[in-house]
Write a protein that binds this ligand. Structure first.
Ligand SMILES: Nc1ncnc2c1ncn2[C@@H]1O[C@H](COP(=O)(O)OP(=O)(O)OP(=O)(O)O)[C@@H](O)[C@H]1O
Length: 535
């Protein structure tokens, strides 16, 4: 299901998975030179032989060590060095140091300048975001699928402490991961199990030149405080027996494993539970409530993310508020998503979705009908604001190359039979419409007072939709095919006007509809199939 397969894409650290045991956090402090090379080599097992990699080098000691250790551990890789100039301070010397190391190692060095916008999150976060974007773009341009960065176990422990301070969930307790694989360009951190002192010892021991990042020495920085105040306080709290980096990275590995497992379970539940009505996604409230909260909230997060086009900014509080909605209540979730409870569903729809105005279903070339069938496809949109359905009934002349002969008095051979009493998930529906309708067909959203002719009399379309179990928010958007008099003729997947086939009539409009194979939920696309006989 599109947009719902957003489980974390973390790959376990190579060194840990080799033993098949839970990852033990950080490697012991005091690694020898050979130990460092072996760790980097193990961490790079996720990178296939001979592929292109970019080594992100700030010119600082950690990424300088990274460049030298990677080249030694994996000489087979097609490596290049990448340096990003944030231009927030005079950073020319940093670029020169990075370039000098690249030259010493016989590698190309790419230098990119970025503009760091001022955002509410501060210059460091903005610089980081701009840097990763630039690195990924450069990697793509260079045909490299991996960007290697120089975070150490100490960086990770500090990140965990920082996340803790800002109020994080279990995913944030995992800190940064050895491999981030949620993009076509993977971010790999070969030094993530190594201690900063060991890495810097390597730089010293090899006599390598490196610049010092002035922000690392500014006592106002939060990271500086995590490093120099929080971690030492943790060490004191443990009575001096615990190494806070080892403790926090171990916690990070356990938390990341748990978060991964829960995300996978949630994705599996979401695939089973989520029904789709055009741009609306809905969860059956009873089944959602029966799930443990840790799973239910993740399933809902996946659903909301698929409606909003991303999970960023979806706070735990917003998820919790949505889960607590009572029947009849609605909630505007920041980022353009409305959640509505009612009728046994918790439904999420993009905010500001306007009902579809009457859009003519023009059927070019249908009249007069030819003896051979002419197949037309109409994507019936769900409300004007739907991102994936732009409010146009697009018609696509299909089947012309190989027209299908359909006997006007019989349903198409693959039709399942009479209309189902309740909407089915998947399958196809057909109905017969009186001849001549094809000229005046239009599609629009439901309007109050719409009625659908049934076998005996008519029924309010609203009641039909309620019976079928369409959530309230989707009922406003459901595409309704109407005739020239604006009377509902057909609601794909729900109901159609019943018309007895009339063998004497010269032409029929057959309407068939089907969900894409394997997709649960209601119909969003229908094909209008016209066929007729010369009389
Ligand atoms: N200007 C930059 N250009 C290229 N890569 C960078 C740059 N700044 C940081 N990086 C990459 O991101 C990693 C993390 O950066 P950060 O500044 O948080 O860490 P650091 O511990 O100070 O690393 P370093 O000692 O290498 O500067 C670096 O190790 C490096 O791989």
């Amino acid at each position: 299901m599109n947009g719902l397969d957003e489980g974390a894409a973390r790959v376990p650290p190579a060194a840990a998975s080799a033993a098949g045991a839970p990852s033990p956090g950080a490697a012991p402090a005091g690694q020898t030179r050979e130990g460092l090379v072996a760790e980097v080599s193990a961490a790079l097992r996720v990178v296939p032989h001979g592929v292109g990699v970019l080594i992100a080098c700030s010119g600082g000691p950690d990424s300088t060590a990274l460049a030298h250790l990677v080249v030694e551990a994996r000489p087979d890789l097609a490596a290049a060095v990448a340096h990003v100039r944030h231009q927030l301070r005079p950073d020319g010397p940093d670029a020169r140091v990075a370039a000098a190391h690249a030259a010493a190692l016989g590698l190309r060095c790419h230098v990119r300048e970025v503009h760091v916008p001022s955002t509410g999150e501060g210059p460091e976060a903005a610089a980081r975001a701009a840097r990763y974007t630039a690195l990924a773009r450069l990697a793509r341009a260079e045909g490299a699928r991996y960007v290697l960065v120089g975070h150490t176990a100490d960086d990770r422990a500090e990140t965990v402490a920082l996340n803790l301070a800002r109020g994080t969930g279990i995913r944030g307790l995992g800190g940064m991961q050895a491999v981030r694989a949620d993009d076509d360009v993977r971010i790999v951190r070969p030094l993530l199990r190594l201690r900063r002192d060991d890495v810097r010892g390597f730089v010293q021991g090899e006599g390598l030149d490196a610049v010092r990042d002035p922000t690392n020495h500014d006592p106002d920085q939060r990271r500086w405080r995590a490093r120099h105040e929080v971690l030492p306080a943790l060490a004191r709290l443990s009575g001096g027996s615990g190494d806070p980096v080892a403790v926090l990275t171990r916690l990070a590995d356990l938390a990341a494993d748990d978060a991964d497992a829960l995300d996978e379970l949630a994705a599996a539940h979401a695939r089973q539970l989520v029904a789709r009505w055009g741009p609306v996604r809905a969860l059956p409230t009873e089944e959602l409530a029966a799930l443990p909260r840790a799973l239910g909230s993740r399933v809902l997060r996946l659903v909301l993310a698929s409606v909003r086009g991303g999970a960023s900014g979806l706070s735990a509080d917003a998820i919790s508020a949505a889960l607590s909605l009572q029947s009849g209540q609605a909630l505007d979730i920041a980022g353009g998503c409305v959640v509505t409870a009612g009728g046994g569903w918790l439904a999420a729809a993009p905010a500001g979705l306007a009902p579809l105005e009457r859009t003519p279903v023009a059927v070019p070339g249908v009249t007069p009908l030819e003896p051979l069938g002419l197949e037309l496809r109409a994507d019936l949109p769900w409300g004007e604001g739907a991102a994936d359905h732009r409010g146009q009934a697009t018609l696509d002349l299909g089947g012309l190359a190989a027209p299908r002969v359909v006997d006007a008095t019989e349903p198409p051979p693959d039709a399942p039979g009479p209309l189902p009493p309740r909407a089915r998930r998947g399958g196809s529906w057909w109905t017969v419409l009186p001849s001549g309708l094809e000229v005046g067909l239009a599609v629009r959203s439901r309007r109050p007072g719409d009625r659908l002719p049934m076998r005996r009399g008519t029924r309010k379309l609203q009641d039909v939709l309620v019976d079928v179990g369409v959530p309230r928010v989707a009922r406003e958007l459901v595409p309704v095919v109407v005739d020239e008099d604006d009377q509902p003729v057909w609601v794909p997947g729900v109901a159609a006007r019943r018309v007895e086939p009339d063998a004497s009539a010269g032409a029929r409009l057959w309407v068939t509809a089907a969900t894409p194979a394997g997709e649960p939920g209601m119909l969003v696309a229908a094909s209008l199939e016209t066929t007729g006989r010369s009389t």
